[in-house]
Ligand binder design. Structure first.
Ligand code: ZN
Length: 492
């Protein structure tokens, strides 16, 4: 009998959350070939030119302890790798980066500041440090697992849906922020020690705050205290929130912390709050199924994302695609819980849930062919689509044999000073037997054109990069086609 050799593993010391939550780092196991002998795996690598690179001990383990720059390297690498592996497992597919086949750089010491970035042009996630007088320490943001998972989440979503960052409207970016926080929640819920702790701290009542729903404990506390030293709340954002969906245009542009505004991070909390409430519902009484519920909810989220139109999205559309994913993966086992939460949170009204059900039940189960554009022309009437507007963008297959065809449409948008471009799109998802299972679309509506015009009219010449940005992050860039588009980087 042949026994497959188990992959060689190594131990690395890392915070599962951060030093506010844990008195000392935990020991985390990763496959040796994902780590290499310089924190350089096939998908991720530490970039930290100012400091000596952490090296493994004689057994191949990285057991650095804080406070050293080498510990920051190890702990940020561990969480970024854990986030990547979790997302690929939940999505049932490998997720390429948006920039190239190179690995994603993890920069634990990018500079001084109270922030972290994902910058596609730099092919990296970047973490800053800052002195916190109230906490009496220098906070290394690279030590905060939630922030690392959040930034890695941006990189993953950018790989899955690269056009989202060019969307002129706020919805796709708000979902980007929410997706980052959802990944932080899922990574935390994938760590048994944190699940045990969440259950013991709350006595199984997950509507009480715990390390899984609090996003960025140490960073959040330091950030809050910088404005108000009496603020003791241990989070940057809290997924255990009560925000209800409202159309973005009804909200103010900005507002006090923890209020609901149009700002990406704030607006994204609507979805994150619903997501966490779904987790609580699926975890059952006393939170007894928390680990398994997080795994299933995570699969629903990643499969929903794969089904979204490639051009852009909205929070209600993600909710609809999660309901669809539940039918496809679990035969609708979570439909009651999900639709109840989505209705309570006003992401989908009861009528919209009914409309989704009809759409799902009545969708023609067409058999896929090998030419997406021809398929769309042939079936445009049945699908209610104007096929002439769309060009095939890419085809993505998952490990179960599902196939997703992504198509894009484009329209030029002119303002007095600038010309830009707006994209619509649709994704056709085929089940492993090759039958059409779902269609998600985002049209170029009058509202979206207006949003693009408003965004373009706010840009001055100094906001637009004409070539490689040389370290400066411009809000927009001029494409080779002479059209202006948003820049693909994200702050926090
Ligand atoms: Zn972010």
């Amino acid at each position: 009998m042949q026994v497959a050799a188990l992959p060689k593993t190594v131990q690395l010391s890392a915070y599962l959350q951060d030093s506010r939550v844990e008195s000392q780092p935990a020991s985390v196991t990763l496959e040796a070939d994902k780590v290499g002998d310089r924190l350089e795996g096939p998908r991720l690598e530490i970039e930290d030119p100012l400091y000596r690179r952490a090296r493994p001990d004689a057994n191949g383990n990285y057991l650095e302890q804080p406070p050293t720059p080498q510990f920051d390297q190890v702990t940020s690498f561990v969480t970024a790798q854990a986030t990547l592996e979790l997302a690929e497992r939940l999505a049932d597919q490998s997720i390429e980066w948006a920039f190239s086949e190179r690995s994603l750089g993890v920069r634990p010491h990018q500079g001084t500041g109270m922030n972290a970035y994902y910058v596609r042009q730099d092919e990296s996630i970047q973490f800053y440090c800052f002195d916190s007088r109230p906490l009496d320490k220098t906070v290394q943001v690279s030590q905060c697992a939630d922030v690392v998972a959040h930034e890695t989440g941006h990189a993953l979503l950018d790989g899955l849906k690269p056009e989202f960052l060019y969307d002129w409207g706020g919805h796709s970016r708000a979902f980007h922020e929410s997706f980052g926080d959802c990944m932080a929640i899922l990574v935390a819920a994938s760590r048994p020690a944190l699940v045990d702790r969440a259950l013991s701290e709350t006595g199984g009542d997950l509507l009480r705050d715990n390390p899984i729903n609090r996003v960025a404990e140490e960073f959040g506390l330091a950030w809050r205290k910088a404005w108000d030293p009496s603020d003791e709340r241990l989070f940057l954002r809290n997924a255990n929130n009560n925000f209800l969906y409202v159309p973005m245009e009804q909200l103010p542009e900005n507002g006090p912390p923890d209020s609901l505004t149009r700002q990406d991070h704030s607006y994204g909390q609507i979805f994150t709050g619903a997501f966490y409430r779904c987790l609580v519902a699926m975890a059952g009484p006393g939170g007894q199924h928390l680990s398994g519920a997080a795994e299933e909810l995570g699969r629903l989220l990643l499969h929903a994302v794969a089904m979204l139109s490639p051009s852009s999205t909205t929070l209600p559309e993600v909710a609809r695609c999660m309901l669809t994913a539940d039918r496809q993966l679990y035969g609708g086992a979570h439909e009651e819980a999900l639709s109840r939460v989505f209705s309570e949170r006003k992401l989908l009204s009861t009528e919209e849930v009914q409309a989704w059900r009809r759409q799902y039940d009545e969708l023609p189960r067409l058999q896929k062919s090998n030419d997406p554009e021809r398929f769309l022309r042939r079936h445009q009437q049945a699908l209610g689509v104007d096929a002439s507007a769309y060009q095939h963008y890419r085809t993505v297959r998952d490990r179960q044999g599902r196939e997703r065809w992504e198509l894009l449409s484009r329209q030029r948008v002119d303002t007095a000073a600038l010309a830009g471009e707006i994209k619509g799109g649709l994704t056709l998802t085929f089940d492993p037997a090759g039958r059409l299972g779902w269609l998600s679309r985002q049209d170029i509506t009058r509202e979206r054109i207006e949003e693009a015009c408003v965004a373009l009219s706010k840009l001055g010449p100094e906001d637009i990069s004409l070539g490689p940005a040389g370290g400066h992050l411009y809000p927009a860039e001029l494409g080779p086609d002479g059209l202006v588009r948003r820049s693909a980087w994200l702050k926090d």
